[in-house]
Write a new protein. Structure first.
Length: 264
Protein backbone atom coordinates (compact mmCIF):
# COMPACT_ATOMS: atom_id res chain seq x y z
CA UNK A 1 0.00 0.00 0.00
CA UNK A 2 1.42 3.40 -1.00
CA UNK A 3 1.49 6.20 1.54
CA UNK A 4 1.77 9.98 1.17
CA UNK A 5 2.33 11.88 4.41
CA UNK A 6 0.56 15.20 3.81
CA UNK A 7 1.86 16.89 6.96
CA UNK A 8 5.58 16.74 7.73
CA UNK A 9 8.46 19.01 8.62
CA UNK A 10 12.23 19.03 8.38
CA UNK A 11 14.86 21.72 8.78
CA UNK A 12 18.29 22.41 7.27
CA UNK A 13 20.87 20.26 9.03
CA UNK A 14 22.61 23.29 10.54
CA UNK A 15 19.35 24.48 12.14
CA UNK A 16 17.51 21.26 12.93
CA UNK A 17 18.77 20.60 16.45
CA UNK A 18 18.12 24.15 17.60
CA UNK A 19 14.72 24.36 15.84
CA UNK A 20 13.43 21.10 17.34
CA UNK A 21 14.68 22.01 20.83
CA UNK A 22 13.16 25.50 20.61
CA UNK A 23 9.72 24.16 19.72
CA UNK A 24 9.89 21.39 22.34
CA UNK A 25 10.93 23.86 25.04
CA UNK A 26 8.25 26.33 24.02
CA UNK A 27 5.62 23.60 24.38
CA UNK A 28 6.66 22.94 27.97
CA UNK A 29 7.15 19.21 27.59
CA UNK A 30 3.81 18.54 25.87
CA UNK A 31 5.73 17.52 22.75
CA UNK A 32 8.52 14.94 22.75
CA UNK A 33 9.93 14.86 19.21
CA UNK A 34 10.04 11.44 17.56
CA UNK A 35 12.75 12.45 15.05
CA UNK A 36 15.61 14.93 15.06
CA UNK A 37 14.18 17.22 12.38
CA UNK A 38 16.79 16.53 9.70
CA UNK A 39 16.04 15.44 6.15
CA UNK A 40 18.16 12.32 6.58
CA UNK A 41 16.21 11.25 9.66
CA UNK A 42 12.92 11.91 7.87
CA UNK A 43 13.94 9.85 4.83
CA UNK A 44 15.06 6.99 7.08
CA UNK A 45 11.69 7.01 8.82
CA UNK A 46 9.87 7.09 5.50
CA UNK A 47 11.79 4.03 4.34
CA UNK A 48 11.10 2.22 7.60
CA UNK A 49 7.35 2.77 7.42
CA UNK A 50 6.82 2.57 3.67
CA UNK A 51 6.04 6.24 3.08
CA UNK A 52 6.68 7.13 -0.55
CA UNK A 53 6.41 10.92 -0.26
CA UNK A 54 6.12 13.57 2.45
CA UNK A 55 4.73 17.07 2.06
CA UNK A 56 7.13 19.45 3.80
CA UNK A 57 5.39 22.40 5.46
CA UNK A 58 7.60 25.38 6.36
CA UNK A 59 6.24 28.21 8.50
CA UNK A 60 7.35 31.82 8.11
CA UNK A 61 7.13 33.03 11.70
CA UNK A 62 8.29 36.46 10.51
CA UNK A 63 7.23 38.15 7.24
CA UNK A 64 10.85 38.69 6.28
CA UNK A 65 11.42 34.92 6.42
CA UNK A 66 9.11 34.22 3.47
CA UNK A 67 11.63 34.92 0.71
CA UNK A 68 14.60 33.00 2.16
CA UNK A 69 12.39 30.02 3.03
CA UNK A 70 10.85 29.80 -0.43
CA UNK A 71 14.17 30.41 -2.17
CA UNK A 72 15.69 27.51 -0.27
CA UNK A 73 12.97 24.88 -0.72
CA UNK A 74 14.15 21.40 -1.63
CA UNK A 75 12.98 20.89 -5.21
CA UNK A 76 15.07 17.99 -6.50
CA UNK A 77 14.11 15.05 -4.27
CA UNK A 78 11.03 13.19 -5.58
CA UNK A 79 10.31 11.89 -2.08
CA UNK A 80 9.73 15.42 -0.77
CA UNK A 81 6.79 17.53 -1.94
CA UNK A 82 7.63 21.13 -0.98
CA UNK A 83 4.92 23.55 0.04
CA UNK A 84 5.71 27.25 0.23
CA UNK A 85 5.66 29.62 3.19
CA UNK A 86 3.49 32.73 3.15
CA UNK A 87 2.57 35.46 5.60
CA UNK A 88 -0.43 37.78 5.35
CA UNK A 89 1.77 40.41 7.02
CA UNK A 90 4.31 40.41 4.19
CA UNK A 91 4.31 43.69 2.28
CA UNK A 92 5.06 41.69 -0.87
CA UNK A 93 2.50 38.90 -0.47
CA UNK A 94 1.33 39.18 -4.08
CA UNK A 95 4.82 38.62 -5.47
CA UNK A 96 5.45 36.00 -2.77
CA UNK A 97 2.53 34.00 -4.17
CA UNK A 98 3.70 34.54 -7.73
CA UNK A 99 7.14 33.22 -6.80
CA UNK A 100 5.67 30.06 -5.29
CA UNK A 101 3.62 29.51 -8.44
CA UNK A 102 6.67 30.08 -10.63
CA UNK A 103 8.44 27.20 -8.85
CA UNK A 104 5.48 24.92 -9.64
CA UNK A 105 4.79 24.35 -5.96
CA UNK A 106 1.37 22.83 -5.25
CA UNK A 107 0.48 24.54 -2.00
CA UNK A 108 1.37 26.72 0.98
CA UNK A 109 1.34 26.43 4.77
CA UNK A 110 -0.15 28.95 7.18
CA UNK A 111 -0.01 28.71 10.96
CA UNK A 112 -2.27 31.39 12.48
CA UNK A 113 -1.08 30.69 16.04
CA UNK A 114 2.65 30.85 15.29
CA UNK A 115 2.19 33.74 12.86
CA UNK A 116 -0.23 35.66 15.08
CA UNK A 117 -3.21 36.36 12.83
CA UNK A 118 -6.90 35.50 12.97
CA UNK A 119 -7.54 33.44 9.90
CA UNK A 120 -11.09 34.76 9.35
CA UNK A 121 -10.11 38.44 9.46
CA UNK A 122 -11.82 40.05 6.43
CA UNK A 123 -8.69 42.12 5.82
CA UNK A 124 -6.99 38.98 4.47
CA UNK A 125 -9.64 38.08 1.90
CA UNK A 126 -7.61 39.50 -1.04
CA UNK A 127 -4.62 37.45 0.15
CA UNK A 128 -6.69 34.26 0.25
CA UNK A 129 -8.39 35.04 -3.04
CA UNK A 130 -5.06 35.29 -4.83
CA UNK A 131 -3.98 31.98 -3.28
CA UNK A 132 -7.20 30.45 -4.57
CA UNK A 133 -6.95 32.01 -8.02
CA UNK A 134 -3.37 30.72 -8.24
CA UNK A 135 -4.67 27.17 -7.74
CA UNK A 136 -2.63 26.66 -4.59
CA UNK A 137 -3.67 24.36 -1.78
CA UNK A 138 -3.81 26.20 1.54
CA UNK A 139 -2.94 23.99 4.50
CA UNK A 140 -3.58 25.56 7.90
CA UNK A 141 -2.79 24.56 11.42
CA UNK A 142 -6.21 24.12 13.05
CA UNK A 143 -7.27 24.12 16.68
CA UNK A 144 -5.19 23.69 19.82
CA UNK A 145 -1.43 24.08 19.84
CA UNK A 146 0.75 23.54 22.92
CA UNK A 147 2.81 26.52 23.94
CA UNK A 148 2.27 30.18 24.83
CA UNK A 149 -0.66 30.77 22.49
CA UNK A 150 -4.19 32.07 22.92
CA UNK A 151 -5.39 29.13 20.78
CA UNK A 152 -8.18 31.14 19.18
CA UNK A 153 -6.61 32.05 15.84
CA UNK A 154 -7.70 28.97 13.84
CA UNK A 155 -11.00 27.74 15.27
CA UNK A 156 -13.15 25.27 13.33
CA UNK A 157 -15.91 27.81 12.67
CA UNK A 158 -13.34 30.17 11.14
CA UNK A 159 -12.62 27.64 8.41
CA UNK A 160 -16.28 27.58 7.45
CA UNK A 161 -16.36 31.38 7.37
CA UNK A 162 -13.27 31.46 5.16
CA UNK A 163 -14.67 28.85 2.77
CA UNK A 164 -17.89 30.82 2.45
CA UNK A 165 -15.92 34.02 1.76
CA UNK A 166 -13.55 32.40 -0.77
CA UNK A 167 -15.41 29.38 -2.20
CA UNK A 168 -12.70 28.43 -4.69
CA UNK A 169 -9.97 28.21 -2.03
CA UNK A 170 -8.82 24.62 -1.50
CA UNK A 171 -8.47 24.36 2.28
CA UNK A 172 -6.79 21.61 4.27
CA UNK A 173 -7.56 22.02 7.97
CA UNK A 174 -4.69 20.31 9.76
CA UNK A 175 -5.16 18.09 12.79
CA UNK A 176 -8.55 16.86 11.62
CA UNK A 177 -10.20 20.25 11.46
CA UNK A 178 -9.23 21.47 14.92
CA UNK A 179 -7.00 19.66 17.38
CA UNK A 180 -8.85 18.91 20.63
CA UNK A 181 -11.86 20.96 19.46
CA UNK A 182 -13.84 17.97 18.26
CA UNK A 183 -17.29 19.24 19.26
CA UNK A 184 -16.83 22.32 17.10
CA UNK A 185 -15.37 20.27 14.25
CA UNK A 186 -18.53 18.16 14.40
CA UNK A 187 -20.75 21.24 14.56
CA UNK A 188 -19.16 23.35 11.84
CA UNK A 189 -16.97 21.27 9.55
CA UNK A 190 -18.04 17.64 9.27
CA UNK A 191 -19.65 17.32 5.85
CA UNK A 192 -18.20 20.60 4.56
CA UNK A 193 -16.09 21.04 1.42
CA UNK A 194 -12.88 21.26 3.44
CA UNK A 195 -10.15 18.65 3.65
CA UNK A 196 -8.91 17.33 6.99
CA UNK A 197 -5.52 15.79 7.65
CA UNK A 198 -4.83 13.34 10.47
CA UNK A 199 -1.63 14.93 11.79
CA UNK A 200 -0.97 14.40 15.50
CA UNK A 201 -4.48 13.20 16.38
CA UNK A 202 -3.69 9.63 17.46
CA UNK A 203 -3.30 10.53 21.14
CA UNK A 204 -6.23 12.95 21.24
CA UNK A 205 -9.13 11.64 19.14
CA UNK A 206 -10.51 8.21 20.08
CA UNK A 207 -10.24 5.92 17.08
CA UNK A 208 -13.94 5.05 17.08
CA UNK A 209 -14.86 8.74 16.99
CA UNK A 210 -12.34 9.33 14.20
CA UNK A 211 -13.91 6.58 12.08
CA UNK A 212 -17.38 8.00 12.64
CA UNK A 213 -16.37 11.59 11.89
CA UNK A 214 -14.31 10.63 8.83
CA UNK A 215 -17.15 8.57 7.41
CA UNK A 216 -19.72 11.33 7.88
CA UNK A 217 -17.34 13.99 6.58
CA UNK A 218 -16.49 11.98 3.48
CA UNK A 219 -13.51 9.66 3.27
CA UNK A 220 -12.47 11.36 0.02
CA UNK A 221 -11.72 14.55 2.02
CA UNK A 222 -9.40 12.94 4.62
CA UNK A 223 -5.61 12.99 4.13
CA UNK A 224 -3.05 11.04 6.11
CA UNK A 225 -0.56 13.21 7.99
CA UNK A 226 1.90 12.45 10.76
CA UNK A 227 3.25 15.88 11.83
CA UNK A 228 6.75 14.41 11.86
CA UNK A 229 9.16 15.07 13.61
CA UNK A 230 6.74 15.84 16.43
CA UNK A 231 4.71 12.66 15.96
CA UNK A 232 5.89 9.10 15.37
CA UNK A 233 5.14 8.18 11.76
CA UNK A 234 4.53 4.52 12.56
CA UNK A 235 1.98 5.34 15.25
CA UNK A 236 0.21 7.72 12.88
CA UNK A 237 -0.01 5.02 10.21
CA UNK A 238 -1.23 2.36 12.64
CA UNK A 239 -3.97 4.72 13.82
CA UNK A 240 -5.40 4.43 10.31
CA UNK A 241 -4.53 0.83 9.44
CA UNK A 242 -5.76 -0.64 12.76
CA UNK A 243 -9.07 1.23 12.61
CA UNK A 244 -12.36 -0.36 11.56
CA UNK A 245 -12.39 1.55 8.28
CA UNK A 246 -12.64 -0.57 5.14
CA UNK A 247 -9.47 -1.41 3.23
CA UNK A 248 -10.70 0.86 0.44
CA UNK A 249 -11.16 3.78 2.85
CA UNK A 250 -7.70 3.23 4.33
CA UNK A 251 -6.13 3.31 0.87
CA UNK A 252 -7.96 6.54 0.08
CA UNK A 253 -6.75 8.22 3.26
CA UNK A 254 -3.18 6.95 3.12
CA UNK A 255 -2.54 7.64 -0.57
CA UNK A 256 -5.29 8.10 -3.12
CA UNK A 257 -6.84 11.33 -1.81
CA UNK A 258 -3.45 13.05 -1.55
CA UNK A 259 -2.39 11.84 -4.99
CA UNK A 260 -5.61 13.13 -6.53
CA UNK A 261 -5.37 16.50 -4.74
CA UNK A 262 -1.73 17.01 -5.67
CA UNK A 263 -1.78 15.61 -9.20
CA UNK A 264 -5.40 15.50 -10.32
Amino acid sequence: MKIIDFHGHFFPDALAERAVKTVADMCGGEIVPALDGTLGNLLAGMEKFGISQTVNLPVATKPESVTPINSGLLMDNPQIIPFGALSPFSLTWESDIDFVVSKKIKGIKLHPEYQGFYMNDPAYIPFYQKIADSNLIALFHAGYDPGPFSRDHALPQMFLELKEAVPNLTIVAGHFGGLMMWDDVERYLVGSDIYFDTAAIADFLPQKQFVDMATRHGIEKVLFGSDTPWEDQGKAIRYITESTLSDSAKEQILYQNADRLLNG
